[in-house]
Design a protein around this ligand. Structure first.
Ligand code: AMP
Length: 130
């Protein structure tokens, strides 16, 4: 199923893209839980992460690892949490969220409101650590 994430991949709508290769893309979450909250997405249009082919799923985590290390360098948070939710956008993805405690990765809490300039700055900084 084609979703908003495919539109980002095809550059039909804008996103703050952190990294990309032939099979995966990472971009900032538009409604972040914390500064640096990033989505790592396989380009293949599959809804449920555990339906990804066996040659794509491990690569998603290898790609996420590189991105998480860059976010870690950018962020003052204790570590980068990882979560799979998938209830809103039916295109497999993982969330990478800088966290200092459990409350920082509570998806029911209010999201940060960051302006485009702040998102640009975060993108640039994370990219500089890749
Ligand atoms: P979920 O499917 O429950 O894992 O949540 C999907 C996530 O995608 C949410 O955290 C949204 O804020 C995020 N999201 C939705 N649309 C966009 C977009 N256009 N750009 C970046 N992030 C998005």
């Amino acid at each position: 199923m084609s979703t908003v994430f495919s539109k980002i991949i095809r550059r039909e709508i804008p996103a703050h893209i952190i990294a990309e290769d032939d099979n995966y893309i990472a971009f900032l979450d538009i409604n972040p839980l914390s500064k640096g909250h990033t989505l790592v997405v396989p380009k293949m249009e599959i809804d449920y992460i555990f339906d990804l082919p066996q040659d794509i799923l491990p690569g998603l985590f290898a790609f996420a690892q590189k991105v998480a290390k860059a976010i870690d360098k950018y962020s003052d948070a204790e570590r980068i949490g990882i979560a799979v939710i998938g209830l809103e956008v039916p295109h497999a993805h993982v969330h990478l969220v800088p966290i200092n405690g459990l409350f920082d990765i509570d998806f029911s809490k209010p999201k940060l409101m960051l302006n485009p300039e702040e998102l640009d700055e975060i993108t640039e900084k994370i990219r500089s650590y890749l």
